[in-house]
Design a protein around this ligand. Structure first.
Ligand code: TMP
Ligand code: MG
Length: 217
């Protein structure tokens, strides 16, 4: 009685090619939301700290080999192991900012062009995960990303793979609904930061208007 109705937090994902600037922008977004007095949980996938995450880390570094379907399912399991934490944080009014989420899961695996590892196959294990309210896709060409100090030496950090990943991301953007927002990541860091904050602000407004947290379908 008389107390303001508590509003749930927002689930915000940041996606894009390797070197698109996701880590920088996630850190800035978290800071900006905190400055507004919001509670924020900052996550990233893969979360390399868990037992599953360690298997993923070793695969990405080329220290172990795994079947393409198997590694795909590990990436997904790595999300499922924190799904309930995400849900309870959101319910408690905390915003969750995630550096890569199920979009990366679908796009990277299917970009490997393995027979029967289609986008459809790759999407199934993600069904039921908390769906983001907004996904900021940091758009940059594979060429430009490659020029940003060059790629590292991890598994997928190859130009051809990145080209295919970029193409699949764009297809996903074209086929998806309102929750995917394309951001030109070729702009100055501060400009990208400003646009992201503006888009997230719009999403926060929709949430305080009462939109519920959905699941991936
Ligand atoms: P990171 O560079 O953001 O740590 O991600 C490591 C690599 O893993 C990157 O090339 C993208 C890829 N990836 C997948 O293949 N599937 C996934 O589900 C996720 C989250 C990342
Ligand atoms: Mg990387």
């Amino acid at each position: 009685l008389g107390t303001p109705q508590s509003v749930r937090g927002a689930l915000i994902a940041v996606e894009g090619l390797d070197r698109a600037g996701k880590s920088t922008q996630c850190a800035r977004l978290v800071e900006n939301l905190q400055k507004q007095g919001r509670n924020v949980l900052h996550l990233r996938f893969p979360d390399r700290s868990t037992p599953i995450g360690k298997m993923i880390d070793s695969y990405l570094k080329g220290e172990s080999q795994l079947d393409d379907h198997a590694i795909h399912l590990l990436f997904s399991a790595n999300r499922w192991e924190v799904a309930s934490n995400i849900k309870s944080a959101i319910a408690a009014g905390t915003d969750v900012v995630i550096d890569r989420y199920y979009y990366s899961g679908v796009v990277y695996s299917s970009a490997k062009e393995i027979p029967n590892l289609t986008v459809e196959w790759a999407s199934w294990p993600e069904v039921g995960l908390p769906r983001c309210d907004i996904c900021l896709f940091l758009s940059i060409s594979a060429k430009e990303a490659g020029q940003r100090g060059g790629y590292g030496s991890e598994k997928y950090e190859l130009r051809e793979m990145q080209d295919r990943v970029g193409k699949l991301f764009r297809e996903l953007v074209d086929n998806s609904q309102e929750d995917l927002v394309v951001i030109d990541a070729g702009k100055k860091v501060e400009e990208v930061e400003r646009i992201i904050l503006e888009k997230v602000g719009e999403s926060l407004k929709r949430i305080s208007g009462g939109t519920t947290l959905r699941e991936v379908t």
